[in-house]
Each structure stands twice: as structure tokens, then as C-alpha cells.
Design a protein around this ligand. Structure first.
Ligand SMILES: NC(=O)c1ccc[n+]([C@@H]2O[C@H](COP(=O)([O-])OP(=O)(O)OC[C@H]3O[C@@H](n4cnc5c(N)ncnc54)[C@H](O)[C@@H]3O)[C@@H](O)[C@H]2O)c1
Length: 334
């Protein structure tokens, strides 16, 4: 199978590419080529695999690649929410125009490839006419309150329509906030959900900009990647419709995230997080889903992470496996 991963240089995309290479097959067919299209280079271990072909540059410059005949596509490249709010044109180009170009390339190739699009829980938001329920479900009416969420929703509908027309076999999976994101904080307003775990584990003092009672739907990177692959492999009949599906969420209170940190890493680590309300972030978060349900993903056999403790333990194990104990886990008691 010839597979394309857009955004394969990013957090979820690189992990997905690694998992695909390790499995070596999708739907029982060997992966012979894994193309990565990203404006940033992927990690060295991916570059070293002979099956990987890297295409560096913006997606808008990759039209010939998209029309070159892929059997399967994971479309993850995207500008993040904060970036799209700061730069309206960038959001349109990166998230809407690029997706249109990709879909048209696949249509031109004419082989009806299977495609999974990484949509987001950010398609949901409160509107005066459509208040948010406590948990957003597969069939909650999306009313995005950001450009990012709007583009994700537009792409979901484009993919459903290209699928209806038989140009591709597309499906959109709404990712929950993926925690714990390694490395440096990014431009997403949700960045602190990872920061309040990652920074204290590294020995760095940090602040939590929202109250302990805020709840949020999260998922680990391993669970997210597993879900993306399962959604790819599901037959159209098993999916049961072309509309986007929510991926499973662990709906967790910020106070319980910090309690889990204390349970896993000890009170000294927990004490590195101080509550310091940031009115701007708190207002953005107040417009987000407080929790999510995922009945359709559940019907595919997908489940949320077992606990937030397990999510933190996964991050610690990943950092150890990557040899990053000193930098990422320097705050753990010896
Ligand atoms: N991480 C989360 O919590 C989360 C939550 C919901 C949805 N998602 C979605 O999942 C996907 C992956 O998220 P992530 O956390 O890995 O993001 P990321 O920012 O780590 O990776 C995205 C990648 O896309 C690339 N990219 C962005 N614009 C591009 C363009 N115009 N041309 C080429 N490459 C471009 C970036 O260089 C980056 O490597 C995204 O579509 C994101 O919107 C993520």
C-alpha cells in the first residue's frame, strides 16, 4: 500500500507514521511506501526508514504529489487554533485551501483512496441558539467559535461530499485534546493541559490559568493513534454514515489531573503548579466542550484511556524510551 501522512512531522503525525511502519500493514496489505508531506522535517528515525519518502514544503505546493496515486491518506497537517486566530489568511490557506487541493489531487488520481481526516472537538462551541450540552456527542450540532473549528467543520463536509460522489472513501475523526504533548508549549490555547503535567515533571514551575473545577475531554497520543488507524480500517458499513465521529474522551477535571500528577510523581512535583487565573485563556476555555461522548467510536471497539494516571505514566514511559530522562523528567524525585 502506498500511504500518505500529511503533518507527519508533527506530534500526532510522527507518532502515527512510526506506528504504521512498525505494523508494516494496513487492512492486511503491506505498506510499501509511506510518504510524509509537511513543512517541517519529520524526526530522524522516520527519515532512516527506507519506506519513507519525505516531501517538505507547504501542502499548497504539493499538487503533483497528491495526484500521484495513493491507496490511503491520513490528513493531519493543520495550523493550530491560536495561529488561526492570529492570522486569518494563514488559517484559510493551511486548513481549508490545502485540504481542497489534497482532495482534488486524490480525485484526479481516480482510484478512490481511503482517507482519514483529523478533525477536532473544536467544531463544537456554544451559540445563543445552540447552548453546549455537558457532553458533546456524535450528533450534537457543531457551532464552532473559532476559525480553526470552522475550517475543520468545512473540511468534514467536503470529505463527506467527495465520498458521496465516489471520489474517495473518506472519514473524519474528531480528536480530543491530546495529552501529554512533549517539547515546548505551542500556540494552542489548550497548551496548558499538557503544560501543567510536562513542566513540573521536568522540574519547571508553571501556572494553571483556569480553575480546578474546569473539565475537559482528553486522550493520550497512543490512544489517538490507535483510534485513527481503527477508523481508517473500518468498513463504510461499520462506520455507519459519512458524518464525522468523535474519538473517545476521558472527561477530566483539572483538579483531578493535578491529583493524578501527585499520585504518580509525588507532592513535590505537584507543588510546582500554581493556580493563576488568566482571564483571556479562561474565557476561551469557557467556550469549549466540557466533556464528550463517542458512541460511534465505541461501536468500533474504541475506548477512552483508562485514567489520567495512565496518561501520565504513558508520557513518562515515552520520555524514558526516547532517552529524555534528564531534560523531560528531571523533576521526578530520584
Ligand atoms: N494535538 C491535539 O490536541 C489535537 C486536538 C484536536 C485535533 N488535532 C488535530 O490533529 C492533527 C495533528 O495535531 P498535532 O498536535 O500533531 O499538530 P502539530 O502542530 O504537532 O502538527 C501539525 C503538522 O502540520 C504541519 N503543517 C501545518 N500547516 C502546514 C501546511 N500548510 N503545509 C504543510 N504542513 C503543515 C506542521 O509543520 C506540523 O508538523 C491536526 O490536524 C490537529 O488540528 C490535534
Amino acid at each position: 500500500m502506498k500511504i500518505l501522512v500529511t503533518g507527519g512531522g508533527g506530534f500526532v503525525g510522527a507518532r502515527l507514521a512510526r506506528e504504521l511502519l512498525q505494523r508494516g500493514q494496513l487492512m492486511g496489505r503491506p505498506i510499501t511506501e509511506l510518504a510524509i508531506a509537511d513543512q517541517a522535517p519529520p524526526p530522524a528515525d522516520l527519515l532512516a526508514d527506507a519506506r519513507v519518502k519525505v516531501h517538505i514544503g507547504t501542502l499548497l505546493a504539493q499538487a503533483p504529489l497528491f495526484a500521484s496515486g495513493f491507496d490511503g491518506v491520513f490528513h493531519l497537517a493543520s495550523a493550530v487554533s491560536g495561529e488561526c486566530e492570529l492570522d486569518f489568511e494563514l488559517g484559510l490557506r493551511s486548513n481549508l485551501d490545502s485540504t481542497r487541493l489534497l482532495l482534488d489531487g486524490l480525485r484526479q488520481a481516480g482510484n478512490t483512496p481511503r482517507l482519514v481526516f483529523s478533525s477536532s472537538v473544536a467544531v463544537f462551541g456554544p451559540d445563543a441558539s445552540n447552548p453546549l450540552p455537558d457532553r458533546v456527542g456524535d450528533l450534537t450540532l457543531p457551532s464552532p467559535q473559532t476559525s480553526y473549528g470552522t475550517h475543520k467543520l468545512m473540511c468534514e463536509y467536503l470529505i463527506a461530499d467527495y465520498t458521496r460522489k465516489g471520489y474517495l472513501d473518506g472519514r473524519s475523526a474528531r480528536l480530543m485534546t491530546v495529552c501529554v504533548r512533549p517539547g515546548r508549549p505551542n500556540g494552542a490555547a489548550s497548551s496548558f493541559f499538557s503544560g501543567i503535567i510536562r513542566e513540573p515533571l521536568a522540574g519547571i514551575e508553571t501556572t494553571c490559568p483556569v480553575d480546578a473545577d474546569v473539565t475537559h475531554p482528553v486522550a493520550s497520543p497512543a490512544s489517538t493513534v490507535r483510534c485513527l488507524i481503527t477508523v481508517f480500517e473500518a468498513s463504510p458499513e461499520a462506520l455507519g454514515g459519512r458524518l464525522a465521529i468523535n474519538l473517545p474522551a476521558l472527561n477530566v477535571r483539572v483538579g483531578d489531573m493535578l491529583q493524578a500528577l501527585q499520585d504518580v510523581a509525588g507532592p513535590q512535583v505537584r507543588q510546582r503548579v500554581r493556580f493563576e487565573r488568566d482571564a483571556r485563556i479562561a474565557a476561551i476555555v469557557a467556550g469549549w466542550a466540557r466533556g464528550a461522548s463517542a458512541e460511534r467510536a465505541q461501536a468500533l471497539g474504541l475506548r477512552p484511556d483508562a485514567s489520567f494516571h495512565a496518561i501520565i505514566e504513558q508520557y513518562i514511559a515515552d520520555m524514558r524510551a526516547a532517552g529524555l530522562q534528564a531534560s523531560a523528567l528531571g523533576g521526578l524525585p530520584s
